[in-house]
Design a binder for this molecule. Structure first.
Ligand code: NAD
Length: 437
């Protein structure tokens, strides 16, 4: 099938590459000229394992193209995906400008029946709104053209986006049109995943309710972790014991510095504000946000107690991305920790395997190291903020020799506590029965 994907960010580019892999002919569209110029040369403007190789292959085979010209892409395609951003506004509502701009642009170009598929995470009712905008533009051109707008929310996780696109847990299709439903089933027929077909409004809600539920699990275990810290209980064992219950499951039960990234914070806020618009106070979601927002401060308070204050202390911050295997720092916990550490008088030496200039531009007062070993040299404490694989396999004897102090704060509960303690480190994990307590 011939497909257009509007917006070539984390979701759009993965969607384009994975649809190409299924044998479809894909055109990726973006308003960002630099992005399109890089993509046309086979250079991925983001870090996402496996995607660059795939787009290079498809560019070579001439099954994938990139353009800034939306009308050209519309003309060539039967199905048009919208995958532009829906970031939070200050009041928590999603900024729908990008989706609405695309809808208007589509309305200016569509001249025959098309299926428009919304992949962006959007409030309930957006499929209808997008259709209205498209039809109104078409009518201004004195044309009568049928358009189906459906919802197909995306559930991929950055860092393993391709894996998730190739074998998702489910594909949700929200459509009121039989023709569009059939086409979508055909589009995904080679994907090994259950198809869940429902209405556009239900599909839109499934996305928000799923992300908010995962965020709730994280805030819940973080609250349990705080109590574990007070009661000398190890939350990692508690989570393991809980996760063995099939009704609970082991995922998203890792206590830590809190959730971040471009989805959970904004999606929880959006769902909360959807409730408010419907005159309903979603008190669970308010608490989920409060627990998450306070987690970095709580963590630094623990650190400050153990270090007897931050003033003049050198802290190695390991990991800046909001999670491993991505360069995405949107709402990353590191962005909250750095200013708090600086305000408290600490010197911050940061290191991330992928994130470099983005963070330095934001925080000129920190030192950016080239390796983890360079970052930890002569520091009083290590704060592990992102669980990149390379941090799990550090040579801890070498680290001990290079460090001035002996405190290791593991904000992701992933380091080998016993091994570290055997080398004489004072280890502290989130809600663990730690030697540093
Ligand atoms: N990133 C994720 O892990 C993830 C996962 C699931 C769902 N989502 C949802 O998918 C959507 C996209 O997220 P993302 O992380 O890929 O965003 P992104 O910011 O990485 O990419 C959005 C892209 O859209 C482009 N764009 C904006 N306006 C445009 C226009 N008028 N025409 C063409 N291109 C335009 C931007 O230039 C940018 O390249 C969001 O609604 C998000 O909530 C994201």
């Amino acid at each position: 099938m011939k497909i257009a994907v509007i917006g070539t960010g984390y979701v759009g580019i993965t969607t384009a590459a994975s649809l190409g892999e299924l044998g479809h002919q894909v055109i990726g569209v973006d308003i960002d000229r630099e992005k399109i110029s890089k993509l046309s040369k086979g250079i991925l403007p983001i870090y996402e394992p496996g995607v660059e190789e795939l787009i290079q292959e498809q560019l070579r085979d001439k099954t994938l193209f990139f353009t800034t010209d939306i009308s050209e892409a519309v003309k060539e395609s039967e199905i048009i995906f919208i995958a532009v951003g829906t970031p939070s506004l200050p009041n928590g509502q999603p900024n729908m400008t990008y989706v609405e701009d695309v809808a208007k642009e589509l309305g200016k170009s569509i001249g025959e029946y098309k299926i428009v598929v919304n992949k962006s995470t959007v409030p309930v009712g957006t499929a209808d709104r997008v259709k209205e905008l498209i039809i109104s533009e078409i009518r201004q051109r004195k044309l009568q053209v049928a358009v189906d707008v459906i919802s197909n929310p995306e559930f991929l996780q950055e860092g393993k986006a391709l894996q998730d696109a190739r074998k998702p847990d489910r594909i949700v299709i929200g459509s009121d049109s039989e023709v569009a439903k059939e086409k979508m089933c055909k589009l995904y027929e080679k994907v090994d995943a259950p198809l869940f077909i429902t209405t556009p409004r239900n599909a839109e809600m499934i996305k928000y309710a799923s992300n908010a539920f995962l965020a709730t699990k994280i805030s819940y275990i973080n609250e349990i972790a705080k109590l574990c810290d007070l009661l000398r209980v190890d939350v990692t064992d508690v989570a393991k014991g809980m996760g063995l219950d099939k009704r609970i499951g082991p995922h998203f039960l890792q206590a830590g510095v809190g959730y971040g990234g471009s989805c959970f914070p904004k999606d929880v806020a959006a769902l909360y504000s959807m409730g408010k618009n419907a005159k309903m106070e979603m008190s669970i979601l308010r608490q989920v946000q409060e627990v998450n927002n306070s987690q970095p401060e709580w963590l630094l308070e623990q650190m400050s107690n153990k270090l007897k204050g931050f003033h003049g202390k050198r802290v190695a911050l390991l990991g800046l991305a909001f999670k491993p295997d991505t360069d995405d720092i949107r709402e990353a916990p590191s962005l909250k920790l750095i200013p708090l550490l600086l305000q408290a008088g600490a010197f911050v030496i940061a290191y991330d395997p992928i994130v470099h200039s983005k963070i330095k531009d934001r925080f000129p007062d920190i030192i950016l190291a080239k390796t983890a070993y360079q970052a930890i040299k002569n520091t009083d404490a290590i704060l592990l903020c992102t669980e990149w694989k390379e941090f799990l396999y550090l040579d801890w004897l070498k680290v001990k020799e290079e460090m001035k102090g002996q405190h290791v704060f593991d904000a992701r509960n992933v380091l080998p506590q016993k091994e570290l303690e055997s080398y004489g480190f004072l280890y502290w994990g989130v809600g663990r029965n730690s030697s540093a307590n």
